[in-house]
Design a protein around this ligand. Sequence first.
Ligand SMILES: [Zn+2]
Length: 263
Amino acid sequence: MRVAFLGVLITVALGCAHASREEAALAEMVPAGSSIFRLEYGPDDVGAATRVKLALQRSASAAEQWGRFSTPVVITIHPTHEAWSASDSEVAQLLTHELTHCAMYQSIASPALWQHRAMPLWFREGMASVTAGQGHKRVAPDAIKRFYWSKETGAGAQAGDPLTDPEPLYASDVDLVYATADKAFRFLLDRHGEARVRLIMASMAKGSDFREAFRNAIGIPVQEFEADFRRSLVTEGQVEDAVLGALPTTPAPLLARGTCQRE
Ligand SMILES: [Zn+2]
């Protein structure tokens, strides 16, 4: 059921800094999962706050599969001038996505160091997207393959790479970037398992950078994983015949070229 959810924007803050704002006249502490969240909203957004509190019960538990919230999280409902119609499921997805980012960063570093812990976009956005179940919102299954194919053949090739160089694609095709992140993280889970992904963050919490942590936990360099993922795009079964017909007869080496450099 789609319910009008008008005029609000939800933001989630990693920590509890500067909690009070003019429009956030109301605030309450909401237990969810194994944590307690501070929810701030204005008097006109009591209805939205009720929906957020309901969604939070499911979203907090989902996000906590990647780590406990070590620092209180602030969820703020901002009044806006734009209408936003969202189902309860979409509200839960939004919250789960943002809370997954919070759990991920809080599990690898103290608040003072969060901004300095770099991770590839596909890993951090993929984790959030997969945990929130947002893969279905992304582009068609063939879009990622089509991108690499056009890049390989030079036909309408775009700058950047949705997996390893997403910045140039942000303005022109952000959905492709997020779709690739979702798909790559799901590939990581399917191939190496959730426990090893948690090991990546445990290794980062002990001081390793992402590349070192990835190799420690997964057993291969991240570049090798990325090349494996690209190859998987060619061999997966969900590709339409029309696309397969357009691919070269030996596509894997072509698509893998340029992605196998090791650090
Ligand atoms: Zn995100």
